[in-house]
Design a protein around this ligand. Structure first.
Ligand SMILES: *Cc1c(COP(=O)(O)O)cnc(C)c1O
Length: 389
């Protein structure tokens, strides 16, 4: 393989995290410096921080079609998911009678939380998904009864990008009077979201997936919905989430939401065109490649393909050496890559799952990036002998 041009770096892992938008950074800087007040303090420094948080709350709410009183800041997507699922479960007795209903394609923040509850006094039903990664609505409907504490089904999948029938699931939830949560971390800023239209009671988002800083997120809670709090302490976030707010993080999150609201439609069109071109050219270069996930009901920036049976990790490492960042399944804490539970839920064998790569596009990607990635990928696949060309 020829030496890559050292100047070209192609980041195609925006579903893992995004760079901080320069305007979000700029908005944060005063709050890391002179505007350091505690938002719970009544003096001028405190009031300044409080005003910043409340402006950010309006920006986050606007992105979700919600009202600011329905937005509760926390440390990110994982915490928001835990707040909703544990908070709803703990509203009910831990007597083995109450059930959690979720799906096989959820992020670990949901699946492991549900599994934890199932070991601690709750029953669990994990609904299946079809070959495209769409959650089986009938399976959800059959599992929900009047002893269901919460249904949690994601808005879009982080690995394959499939967009889920959340509104249909909401209709099931309403008919049974069950609380519905959706993890919309991957959707926020990429596709329009309207919490009222979706009909959910709770919805999680995370700043660092939409060009905001890491370590901050929010839970939308429909007016009137009460959760048992995870954290107790001072009455921050109106008693829903105790702890002094991450002021600079929240300010950056608010700015990122404002930018996303303005740019979303154009950026979705631009990225889906680039993504479709990448998909078309990979399929042309590697005829044995197959798309994972839904071909249409999919996030505009996400492409997941099986293209190197059993060898995605090796290909990912070679792409990294050529300055291309992609994802080959989720790395666990040890750094080892396990076959993805999402891909196996779609019916892929472990050989197919560990032969799949995710390309997730974003702000900095261009048509030249697509050229470079396809060219580099072809060289790598020829070199490793994994492609049938
Ligand atoms: C990234 C992600 C999370 C976790 O969010 P953090 O802010 O990193 O804790 C949860 N759900 C989905 C779908 C994600 O993509």
């Amino acid at each position: 393989m020829s030496t890559p041009s050292p100047s070209r770096r192609v980041y195609l892992d925006y579903n893992s995290t995004t760079p901080l938008h320069p305007e979000a950074l700029e908005a944060m800087l005063p709050y890391l410096g002179e505007s350091f007040g505690n938002p719970s303090s009544a003096h001028a420094a405190g009031r300044k921080a409080r005003a910043g948080i409340e402006r950010a709350r309006e920006s986050v709410a606007a992105l979700l079609g919600a009202s600011p009183q329905e937005i509760f800041f926390c440390s990110g997507g994982t915490e928001a998911d835990n707040m909703a699922i544990k908070g709803a479960a703990w509203n009910r007795p831990q007597d083995g009678n109450w059930r959690i209903v979720t799906s096989a394609v959820e992020h670990s923040a949901v699946l492991k939380t549900a599994a934890h509850l199932s070991n601690n006094g709750y029953r669990l039903h994990v609904a299946k998904a079809d070959e495209f990664g769409v959650v089986d609505v009938a399976d959800v409907a059959a599992a929900v009864d009047d002893r269901t504490a919460v249904i949690s089904v994601m808005h879009s999948n982080n690995e394959v990008g499939t967009i889920q029938p959340v509104r249909e699931i909401a209709e099931i939830a309403w008919s049974r009077g069950v609380l519905l949560h959706t993890d919309a971390v991957q959707s926020a800023g990429k596709v329009p979201l309207d919490a009222y239209e979706l009909g959910v009671d709770a919805l999680s988002i995370s700043a660092h997936k939409l060009y905001g800083p890491k370590g901050v997120g929010a839970l939308y809670l429909r007016r009137g919905v009460k959760l048992h709090p995870l954290l107790t302490g001072g009455g921050h976030e109106r008693g829903v989430r105790a702890g002094t707010e991450n002021v600079p993080g929240i300010i950056g999150f608010g700015k990122a939401c404002e930018i996303a609201a303005k740019k979303m439609a154009d950026e979705a069109a631009r990225l889906s065109a680039l993504r479709d071109e990448l998909q078309r050219r990979i399929l042309a270069a590697v005829p044995s490649a197959r798309l994972n996930g839904h071909p249409e009901k999919r996030l505009p920036n996400t492409l997941n393909m099986r293209l190197a049976p059993g060898a995605a990790e090796a290909v990912m490492i070679r792409l990294d050496l050529a300055n291309v960042a992609v994802s080959a399944g989720s790395a666990c804490a040890s750094g080892a890559i396990e076959p993805s539970h999402v891909l196996t839920a779609l019916g892929l064998s472990s050989e197919e799952a560990s032969g799949s790569l995710r390309f997730s596009l974003g702000m900095e990607n261009t048509a030249q990036d697509v050229d470079y990635v396809v060219e580099t990928l072809q060289k790598i696949l020829k070199g490793t002998g994994t492609a049938i060309i």
